[in-house]
Ligand binder design. Structure first.
Ligand code: GLC
Length: 504
């Protein structure tokens, strides 16, 4: 369970006693730049709430608030065998998921493939060819010699897509450093299916989903208090269940106002108009030098893809200032390479348990060829704390905004992603910020805060892009079979030859 306060490493006190004046001054300046106080957190959250509503309006706003056509939470009794494909950002994962008779249970087999870096900026044909090859390999390996009917597939495509149907999705724009020509503005399903057909892979795409929607549904499958699904990983985003009556932009669909529909917020785009977020000069550079300047303002301050780069930009900037003595007379050419440090480099620094920051000293030497002094190490450590804390506190604004919009006084929020799972203190710092934003006085059971369960808790999620994708495929087939075909394009295809496989 997540506590309410950041837990400090008991073994390291840290001391700025030996830090010379110029560096102390810089530390103070960085603290001012990167610290987001309670009042600002609250102001950001309030603006966030109005932007969520704006995204659901007919006019739209900068947060896309994409309708997903996932129209209910699972009952826990979904059954069958499904394939799931996860195209997240770093890896490609293919899974076979068995949903057995037992409520809330699942079995999973999976294979992971590293996404080659050059694929991210290659051609659309290369991308779909690679994805189809991975699926083919998986099926040949796990079903060698079997005669297969079409297997239903939940495809987790974790980028903003406009979906008029659940088996359709027009990529709005690439995020997370992807830049493949000829995909934006088009439905990604036909070229994907064509690549499968070319290879004779017996698969029927049943649902195209976002990782956050998968996380929401998978988490709710095992814990029905889970009301929001979040990803804090390479990118940052959330999904939650909304009522159709709250979505003016869906009015033309004539859905009953209390019909549930999962919304993929794509909140990475929050504040693209730069009204409220406390952006630093470093955030401005990250944006300017990214493949899509002006997009994903919130994400670029929080997500794993950018944390190492923010850190690197600060250090390079300090080195260039004549009045700051940092890395003087040392070769910093390795540090000057954009995106040379990832979030795990920062995690390791925050995890360094030694008073003299020996591990940090060693990683600077090994990775960057820079021999650091004790005062420099103190600044480096403080900088990672500031960047990591800002990310966690800003993330909490999004969570609080959804809870406030929905009127959830208590809720579980399922979270996944490398930053949530691996970045030191991210959970506790997020919990602390939620407490400040939502003004809790008591915990969930009316006891003093910090003793038990916080009213809103961000907890580790179930596997959204595996189990979640399978569940959404199952829910879609089930509702189509029951005659509810709203938001489904290929109704016949889904009814024919796409019965969920029987569990083995
Ligand atoms: C980016 C994508 C979004 C995804 C998130 C987490 O923000 O645009 O679709 O959910 O990363 O992977």
């Amino acid at each position: 369970m997540v506590g309410t306060g950041p837990k400090r490493q008991p073994s390291r006190k840290g001391s700025m006693a030996d830090v010379p004046h110029d560096l102390l001054g810089e530390i103070k300046r960085l603290e001012d730049l990167f610290t987001v106080d309670t009042a600002k957190l609250k102001a950001i959250t309030d603006h966030f709430i109005s932007e969520l509503a704006k995204g659901l309006s007919k006019e739209g706003g900068s947060i896309p608030m994409n309708a997903t056509w996932c129209m209910s939470f699972p009952t826990g009794h979904e059954q069958g065998t499904f394939l799931a494909l996860d195209m997240g950002g770093t890896n490609l994962r293919v899974c076979e998921i068995i949903l057995p008779e037992e409520k809330g249970e699942f079995d999973i087999i999976q294979s992971k493939y590293r996404m080659p870096e050059d694929l991210k900026t290659g051609t659309a044909d290369e991308l779909w060819g690679y994805v189809a090859d991975c699926l083919q390999q998986f099926i040949e390996y796990h079903h060698e010699g079997e005669k297969l009917d079409k297997l239903p597939l939940g495809f987790t495509f974790s980028y903003p897509a406009t979906q008029e149907y659940i088996d359709h999705g027009v990529l709005q724009r690439w995020t997370k450093g992807f830049d493949i020509e000829g995909v934006e503005g088009k439905d990604v399903v036909p070229p994907f299916e064509a690549a499968l057909k070319e290879r004779g892979v017996p698969i029927k795409l049943t649902a195209l989903i976002n990782d956050t929607t998968g996380t929401l549904i998978a988490s709710n499958y095992t814990d029905d208090e889970m009301k929001v699904g979040c990803i804090f990983g390479t990118g940052c985003n959330a999904a939650y269940m909304e009522h159709a009556g709250e979505c003016p932009k869906l009015e033309h669909m004539n859905l009953p106002p209390d019909q549930e529909i999962a919304i993929n917020c794509e909140w990475g785009a929050f504040d693209n108009e730069h009204k409220i977020l406390p952006r630093t000069p470093y955030d401005v550079i990250i944006d300017k030098d990214s493949p899509r300047p002006g997009q994903q303002t919130f994400e670029k301050m929080i997500a794993g893809l950018y944390l190492g780069e923010i850190f690197r930009l600060v250090l390079v900037d300090l080195h260039s200032q004549p009045h700051v003595q940092i890395f003087e007379n040392r070769d910093i050419s390795k540090l000057e390479k954009p995106y040379s440090l990832d979030a795990s480099f920062l995690s390791d620094i925050e995890n360094d348990p030694f008073e003299n920051l020996q591990e940090t000293h060693d990683s600077f030497e090994h990775k960057l060829g820079i021999k650091t002094t004790k005062p420099e190490l103190e600044l480096i450590r403080r900088l990672t704390e500031l960047i990591g804390t800002r990310a966690a506190r800003l993330s909490a604004c999004g969570v609080a905004a959804i809870c406030k919009k929905k009127g959830y006084k208590t809720a579980h929020v399922g979270a996944d992603g490398s930053v949530f799972n691996k970045y030191p203190h991210f959970k506790a710092r997020g919990a602390q910020a939620l407490k400040e934003i939502l003004d809790w006085e008591k915990d969930r059971d009316g006891k003093r805060l910090g003793r038990g369960r916080d009213p809103v808790e961000i907890l580790p999620a179930e596997d959204g892009s595996g189990v979640g994708a399978a569940l959404i495929a199952a829910l879609t087939i089930k509702r189509v079979q029951a005659g509810n075909t709203v938001g489904v394009k290929d109704v016949d295809g889904m009814l024919e030859g796409c019965a969920p496989m029987k569990g083995k």
